[in-house]
Design a protein around this ligand. Structure first.
Ligand code: 5BU
Length: 281
């Protein structure tokens, strides 16, 4: 199987079976951005302010909704309104990691009601396939919004000493292949379509997983707690599609200037990849 990621987002949108992925590719093409802002702010006011000022330059806003000190319904109303105003998707970086039955309750219910508002969520397959089955079932149970919801499997992590490697990463790919309607791709440091230990699970011709790469920073190599960064250019060279950046953007002296710099770097690398593929075809 060859990766589809040398095609343009527009081409991938027209062939893609998943409605939310089509929409994501269309947003990226229209706004000329493959930036996912990791908006790790801890009050609703700060979160909504940064989402409003940087919204025009991003394709997706990634949240950690449980780090807010004042979460309430106005948080979600505000985020949803800004997602419509600026045309970005919302990705709750919840990293579900429990038995399926518990995860369904965490996804649908509780105070956070994540399924109501997050277009994208992510999950680890450490506990096995049941977790993806559970999320997939919840999405399918909600006809009407189901075409607006998708899952990323957390196939690798950026932190030093991460154990999300090797067999774990291969299992992530194999499980993803079984849920093409709801698993849109991976959070990983690179493109993973060649990862598989089991040839029987391979490989529909139209398979086109979307790769979200976190740990992206233009000016830092890491932090004091094990985070490891790569640049937008190196992430794109590894086959990433969407670049997740947090402190490199929102903690910059001028976040609007910073997001524009990340947007330009990510988009230039994307266009170069497409044009290299065209000229070698
Ligand atoms: P930063 O400020 O760009 O370092 O923030 C990175 C964000 O991405 C932060 O919200 C993390 O929780 C998230 N993250 C990560 O850093 N590494 C990973 O492997 C995964 C998520 Br999965």
């Amino acid at each position: 199987m060859t990766s589809k990621n040398t095609l343009s987002f527009g081409q991938r949108a027209s062939n893609h079976p998943n409605a939310l992925v089509k929409r994501l590719f269309q947003i990226a093409e229209q706004k000329k951005t493959n930036i996912v802002l990791s908006a790790d702010l801890t009050t609703t006011k700060d979160l909504l302010e940064i989402a409003d000022s940087l919204g025009p330059y991003i394709a997706v806003l990634k949240t950690h909704i449980d780090i807010l000190s004042d979460f309430d319904t106005s948080t979600i109303q505000g985020l949803t309104a800004l997602s419509q105003k600026h045309d970005f998707l919302i990705f709750e970086d919840r990293k579900f990691i429990d038995i399926g039955n518990t995860v369904q309750k965490q996804y649908k219910g509780g105070v956070l009601r994540i399924h109501d508002w997050a277009h994208i969520v992510n999950a680890s397959v450490l506990a096995g396939e049941g977790i993806i089955q559970a999320l997939d079932q919840t999405i399918h149970d909600h006809a009407g919004v189901s075409e607006d919801r998708a899952i990323l499997i957390l196939a690798e992590m950026t932190s030093k000493g991460s154990l999300a490697i090797g067999d774990y990463t291969r299992a992530s790919v194999e499980i993803a292949r079984k849920y093409p309607q709801t698993v849109m791709g991976f959070v990983s440091t690179k493109e993973l379509s060649s990862y598989s230990s089991d040839q029987s699970t391979v490989t529909a011709d139209n398979e086109d997983f979307v790769v979200f790469t976190t740990g992206v920073n233009i000016s830092s190599k890491g932090d004091a707690l094990g985070q490891q960064y790569q640049t937008p250019t190196s992430a794109m060279a590894g086959g990433s599609d969407f670049l997740i950046a947090g402190r490199g953007i929102y903690a910059a002296a001028d976040p609007v200037a910073a997001v524009k710099e990340y947007q330009a770097a990510g988009w230039e690398a994307y266009e170069q990849r497409c044009s290299r593929a065209t000229s070698s075809a």
